[in-house]
Design a protein around this ligand. Structure first.
Ligand code: PMP
Length: 352
């Protein structure tokens, strides 16, 4: 920290992204990216759009929101497009949180939530997951705080049914409930359909996982017009051109070929099932995941030891050095070939 750094952020502990190493080629199962490339139309759309890079992007993302509206069946004034879903989450913390409006979220969930809270000087409560890493909806009923729930949750992969999400939204009418659906396309139930009925519900989503666009940074929020207007107020006060031209064009093309992506999500789910089965045969405890990753532990090996042994064998997974989950690793679901390599590597580690 230089001597110029603001006191306001002196206590900040930044989010630590999963590693993106350059030292050798790894099978990357550590940041929940898609193993599949974008659809062919995306490449063409980006190449074409690049001829217009001298012009600013459309701050209202009109064409993209039009396409979003078509695909998701939500009216355009209930949609905001952002630079990854991290940005819509950050906007939501800024817009809805302050000393009188604290946030609540699970003790084991997406690591960015506490960072956003601290960055914006918002008090927060971490609600412990129940034994087995379950979210108990009762813990969130009428709590008088803004709530953010990743559904499916990360890094566990566990998912709440839509009825529970609705109960939580219904019981907190004076607070905003953010449902972070980064992983919903891998088997979860989306709350998008509830946005029409509840003016305190914000659903966040991303093109990073199910739509193979992590590198393009495209996220979105669905909510009542009032909430979306609030988020746009923040957006226009920070960066109105938050979605660049190439990304917007890629997003439109991806939505045009939505079936391609939804098919790939099926493939990921099949690969997940196969991997879970093999790991269970090897004695792993595998949480029932509805996401594009598995959260696994084994009595035979410590979490950090498995992480390092896999790394030595050219496979990256994610280990969180945090109480309650130290014994676990989060493994992104890749292609079948990558999953077989993972299982072989683990067999090899156990044979040592
Ligand atoms: N929410 C959750 C639960 C995530 O795991 C991630 C991925 N790191 C994000 C949001 C943000 O993803 P992105 O900014 O790439 O949309």
């Amino acid at each position: 920290m230089s001597r110029y750094f603001s006191e306001r952020y002196a206590g900040l502990e930044p989010y630590v992204p999963g590693e993106q190493p350059r030292d050798r080629k790894y099978i990357k199962l550590n940041t929940n990216e898609s193993p599949f490339p974008p659809s062919p139309l995306v490449e063409r759309a980006v190449a074409e759009e690049s001829r217009l890079l001298q012009l600013y992007s459309d701050p209202d993302c009109r064409k993209l929101r039009e396409k979003m509206s078509e695909v998701f069946g939500v009216s355009q004034d209930r949609i905001i497009m952002t630079n990854g879903s991290d940005e819509v989450l950050q906007f939501a913390f800024m817009a809805f949180g302050d000393r009188e409006h604290p946030f609540a979220f699970a003790d084991i969930t997406y690591g960015f939530y506490p960072v956003f809270a601290r960055l914006n000087h918002i008090p927060y409560e971490e609600i412990p997951l129940k034994e087995g890493f379950f979210v108990d909806p009762q813990d969130y009923m009428g709590i008088g705080k803004n709530i953010v729930i990743a559904n499916p949750n990360a890094p566990t992969g566990l998912c709440l049914p839509l009825a529970s999400i609705e109960e939580i939204v219904k019981s907190n009418p004076d607070n905003v409930v953010i449902v972070d659906e980064a992983y919903v396309d891998f088997g979860g139930e989306s709350a998008i359909g509830l946005v029409e009925r509840y003016d305190n519900l914000l659903v966040a989503g991303t093109f990073s996982k199910s739509r193979s666009m992590a590198g393009a940074r495209l996220g979105f929020g669905f909510g009542n017009e009032g909430l979306i207007a609030d988020l746009n107020r923040i957006r226009y006060s920070t960066n109105p051109y938050n979605v660049n031209r190439l990304t917007a064009a890629a997003g439109i093309a991806a939505l045009t070929e939505n079936e391609y992506y939804m098919h790939k999500c099926q493939v990921i789910q099949a690969n997940r099932q196969w991997t879970a089965g093999r790991l269970e045969e090897l004695g792993f405890h595998v949480l029932p995941s509805k996401a594009n990753f598995l959260f696994v532990s084994s009595e035979r090996i410590e979490g950090a030891v498995l992480y390092r042994a896999l790394r030595e064998r050219g496979i990256l997974v994610r280990h969180f050095d945090q109480e309650r989950v130290r014994g676990y690793n989060r493994i992104t679901i890749g292609t079948m070939e990558e999953m077989k390599a993972l299982v072989h590597a683990i067999e090899d580690i156990f044979a040592d």
